[in-house]
Ligand binder design. Structure first.
Ligand SMILES: Nc1ncnc2c1ncn2[C@@H]1O[C@H](COP(=O)(O)OP(=O)(O)O)[C@@H](O)[C@H]1O
Ligand SMILES: [Mg+2]
Length: 238
């Protein structure tokens, strides 16, 4: 089933499969932050992120967002459509936090009047620098039409996920997406949606339930990931 290793990233391995149009993604427990300076393992993280992504992506498909997800294969593995990743990380923000707060001097937790879409060049060597869509076109990473589609899909994901988490006691502060192209040129949502790639704050207490617990040494990282798996898979409660 699993063929040769195609890519190994910080959180996942991507393997070829018998079908050249499909890959097997394996989720690891490895965690990194600050561009790889901080490294550790979060026990159970791979399995949790696999399950969270496998739970959300079919619902995004149902909401009209094409994704790479096909099916969950095992505790740590899923079958996906092989795509060429657009080397642009797409960040959608509902509330100021992290690098946005630092860069602009806006206090963490400040609600934004409308969602903000930001783009970064996906490059570990350069630390994922902020870019704009002109940069991506000028350097040949995507066409203007593909970038328009990416923005539209990113905001569709925001419109689906924000109430989804609100109904499960959680504020979705921001999240990072990756998109890829199929051979046809069609843009699809790839990669993962998990506590590694989103900021989640408890709606009542503001407690952080995401990778910031690891980045900022807040403790109980595994517990937060487990809690987010529970919330994602529960029925809406409010
Ligand atoms: N469907 C897919 N086809 C090809 N590559 C993919 C697909 N989904 C995700 N990837 C890529 O798999 C790699 C491994 O993921 P990850 O460990 O999260 O990497 P990173 O260290 O870049 O965050 C990433 O480069 C990601 O862009
Ligand atoms: Mg990643």
């Amino acid at each position: 089933m699993k063929g040769e290793l195609r890519y190994e990233g910080k959180a996942k391995r991507v393997y070829a499969s018998a079908n050249p149009q499909e890959y097997v993604v394996e989720y690891k427990d490895d965690a990194t932050a600050f561009n790889g300076v901080k490294k550790d393992q979060i026990s159970g993280k791979g399995a949790i992120n696999n399950r969270i992504t496998a739970h959300l992506y079919p619902q995004l498909e149902q909401a009209g967002i094409p994704t790479h997800f096909i099916e969950q294969l095992s505790e740590r593995e899923q079958r996906v459509r092989a795509v060429t990743i657009v080397p642009v990380e797409v960040i959608v923000r509902n509330v100021a936090a992290g690098s946005f707060s630092k860069r602009l001097g806006v206090e963490e937790g400040t609600a934004l009047a409308r969602p903000v879409v930001e783009y970064c060049y996906k490059s570990d060597a350069l630390g994922d620098p902020l870019i704009n869509t002109d940069t991506a076109v000028a350097l040949g990473w995507a066409t203007p039409e593909q970038l328009t589609r990416i923005r539209e899909l990113a905001l569709q994901v925001q419109r689906f996920l924000t109430p989804y988490f609100a109904e499960r006691g959680t504020r979705l502060i921001d999240f990072k997406l990756e998109f890829g192209t199929l051979e046809s040129g069609e843009i699809v949502l790839a990669d993962e949606i998990s506590p590694d790639t989103c900021r989640f704050w408890d709606a009542e207490t503001g407690e952080k339930l995401d990778k910031d617990r690891f980045r900022r040494d807040l403790g109980n990282v595994e517990g937060a990931y487990q809690e987010m798996l529970r919330r994602v898979t529960q029925a809406p409660t409010r």
